[in-house]
Design a protein around this ligand. Structure first.
Ligand code: GLN
Length: 276
């Protein structure tokens, strides 16, 4: 007879307690807080086996988010699979900035068109659609598998937005937007981190982008002015060491009012500019 407490204690030899609780909560279909109040209950044989298998897979390096099929972003649960990047807390900075710039009641007419490039799980686009009710949000991704995940998330969370399969701006014709946000791939292809830890399980196309990691960012910044409405803004996430090159790319594209923001770890992580 194994109690929840005993199973969690055994898992702690291999995993942090918080990860073990997420995995056991997933097996039992209960939130982590429930486990704490019920840790004297006995785990059934099937649950014990499922939990042991998940603990072993996590100890072998598979990300918790893929094992339980979800990750929290900006206070909501998003379904994820290995077809999409796992939402990161630092990307919430893009949401904070978008809300500050065009959030409810911030625009003259009320209406605001928003484009999310490379939406993945849809975490950015869906959060903005839910947080800014007057926004018309378009989310694109080159991956059909990613768009399926994103569409499912929008439906579950009750968000209304348009999804398009598109290689960056390719399928958007001459459409222009008040706000473009993107968390593109930005890791250098030779970066050893891509082959280590959780990153090796994530879609490489969502992580790596050319020799210096800037291929996607260069393409997006160069093409952005033709897709921004007058006064429209582009905001993008980038790597810890890319603040300078991104600033130069924004300036070279003719965008103005360049701004850069630090993430929760103090790293300049998000840059933006405006079409004058
Ligand atoms: N911030 C992620 C990481 O370094 C990378 C995400 C991305 O390339 N957009 O793990």
């Amino acid at each position: 007879m194994t109690t929840l407490a005993a199973a969690l204690a055994a898992a702690r030899a291999k995993l942090p307690a918080s990860e073990a609780r997420l995995l056991l909560g997933h097996v039992l279909g209960r939130p982590a807080a429930w486990l704490i109040a019920h840790d004297d209950e006995v785990l059934g044989e099937a649950a014990l086996l499922s939990f042991a298998s998940l603990v072993a897979r996590r100890a072998g390096g598979e990300p918790v988010a893929y094992l339980i099929g979800q990750r929290e972003f900006f206070g909501r649960e998003f379904a994820v699979s290995p077809a999409v990047l796992i939402p990161r807390p630092e990307t919430e900075l893009l949401v904070d900035i978008a809300l500050a710039e065009v959030g409810a009641g911030k625009t003259a007419t009320g209406a605001v068109s928003i484009l999310d490039l490379g939406t993945g799980s849809g975490c950015l686009a869906i959060t903005l659609a839910l947080e800014i009710p007057q926004a018309q949000v378009t989310a694109v991704d080159a991956s059909a598998a990613a768009l399926n995940i994103a569409r499912g998330n929008a439906e579950r969370l009750g968000a209304q937005l348009r999804f398009l399969q598109s290689d960056w701006f390719a399928a958007l014709g001459s459409e222009r937007f008040d706000l473009i946000v993107t968390n593109p791939p930005y890791i250098a292809a030779s970066d050893p981190h891509l082959a280590a830890g959780d990153l090796r399980h994530e879609p490489q196309a969502a992580l790596a982008s050319g020799a210096d990691g800037l291929d996607a960012i260069r393409h997006i910044i160069t093409a952005a002015p033709a897709h921004l409405a007058p006064g429209g803004q582009l905001w993008l996430e980038h790597g810890y060491d890319q603040a300078e090159p991104v600033r130069e790319l924004l300036a070279a594209s003719g965008l103005v009012d360049i701004e850069q923001h630090r993430d929760i770890a103090g790293i300049v992580r998000v840059s933006g500019a405006r079409l004058s």
